[in-house]
Design a protein around this ligand. Structure first.
Ligand code: UD1
Length: 338
């Protein structure tokens, strides 16, 4: 069965391609290479022994999307990762985010609605909850006004899919990720941010390598046990496996609603200092860091209630924060020593 993975050379996309191929799916990747390298294909081949099909397409080009579905008229399902994801950049350049993240989604759905049936998995984010009132966060926690254009594209994306599924043969699962971290245990694929990393874990591993002088810990005056902000860090391999399970649920028509939503997290919150300590433990290195003021737009805490994913989807995160940090560190060392 052929599955389209958009953004399949990116961080979460590439790990999902590996898990799909391991489960026997044939994969065709669309990626515009704006934030990924074609070399990732070799990493996927090294892990799975199989080469995915690849088309370099910018999904903002409606005609190219149309042509793709003419060429691959046997695509049974779509996992849609392709999107811009830097919060700060989205504030600077909102139209880039609205164009890239929204028009690509619309063009894909326009093609899928012509099919007798279609299964669609969407990369959403816990950012839709803002600072939720209650921890852990359940799927029915209210969606709050987005704090950035990036976050808004995830909310609007969910609405577009809900509206479209009502009147078409498209069934969808919206996956709200908490904080994806780590790398494949083979160190063949991982996260490769362009420029200075904005996210915590790549900044830590780059500091461990000496590429950055020190980590800034944004705020130690939060109302949390150690004063630093708390997130739910989920290993990217666990996250990738959830996509395969979600896709199989749709393909096997096990879904009970046209659109279903699941939180993907571990259910455990970790503070910034706990993440640093985990890195120090697995790398046997002291990480230089300083305390800085809170970062604008950051929330105090977010961690998932995973009951729905556990009980309905039948998926549970298996890997620990230490395993995630250790794999991220292996990957960082391998990339820098190439
Ligand atoms: C952010 C986005 C989220 C997005 C995710 C992508 C928001 C509010 N957050 O999550 O939507 O899906 O990135 O991975 O839109 N930190 C430091 N020093 C650093 C970097 C981070 O102390 O150099 C702290 C942050 O203040 C935060 C924690 O580490 O408390 C995690 O930060 P980060 O990895 O950037 O993820 P989020 O902001 O949670």
């Amino acid at each position: 069965m052929k599955i389209l993975v958009t953004g399949g050379l990116g961080f979460i996309g590439s790990h999902t391609v590996v898990e799909l191929q391991n489960e026997g799916f044939e994969v065709v990747i669309i990626d515009d290479l704006s934030n990924a390298s074609e070399d990732v294909i070799q990493g996927i081949v090294n892990i799975t022994g199989k080469k995915p099909l690849f088309e370099k397409i910018d999904l903002r080009e409606k005609a190219a999307v149309k042509d793709f579905f003419k060429k691959y008229n046997d695509v049974a399902g779509v996992i849609h990762f392709a999107a811009s994801k830097a919060v700060g950049e989205s504030v600077e350049n909102p139209l880039l985010y609205y164009e890239n993240n929204i028009s690509s989604l619309v063009y894909l759905l326009q093609e899928l609605k012509e099919k007798p049936e279609a299964s669609f998995i969407f990369s959403s984010s816990c950012t839709v909850y803002g600072q939720a009132e209650k921890m852990p966060i359940t799927e029915d926690a209210p969606v709050q006004a987005a704090m950035s254009p990036y976050g808004n594209t995830k909310q609007i994306g969910e609405e577009i899919i809900n509206d479209t599924a009502k009147v078409t043969n498209i069934s969808a699962i919206l996956l709200r990720y908490f904080n994806p971290v780590g790398a494949h245990p083979s160190a063949e694929i991982g996260e490769l941010p362009l420029g200075v990393p904005q996210n915590l874990v790549p900044f830590i591993t780059q500091t461990g390598m000496g590429l950055r002088q020190e980590l800034s810990v944004f705020g130690n005056d939060y109302p949390t046990p150690d004063g630093t902000a708390v997130r739910d860090y989920i290993h990217v391999v666990d996250l990738a496996k959830a996509h395969v399970i979600a896709l199989q649920r749709l393909l096997n028509k096990k879904n009970v609603q046209k659109v279903e939503t699941f939180n993907l997290g571990t259910g455990t919150g970790s503070s910034v200092l706990e993440v640093i300590h985990s890195f120090e433990k697995v790398s046997d290195k002291k990480l230089p860091y300083i305390i800085k003021p809170r970062r604008e737009g950051d929330i105090t805490e977010a961690y998932a209630n995973t009951d729905k994913a556990n009980n309905v989807l039948g998926w549970k995160a298996q890997l620990t924060l230490d395993e995630a940090m250790s794999s991220a560190w292996e990957w960082e060392q391998k990339v820098r020593n190439k």
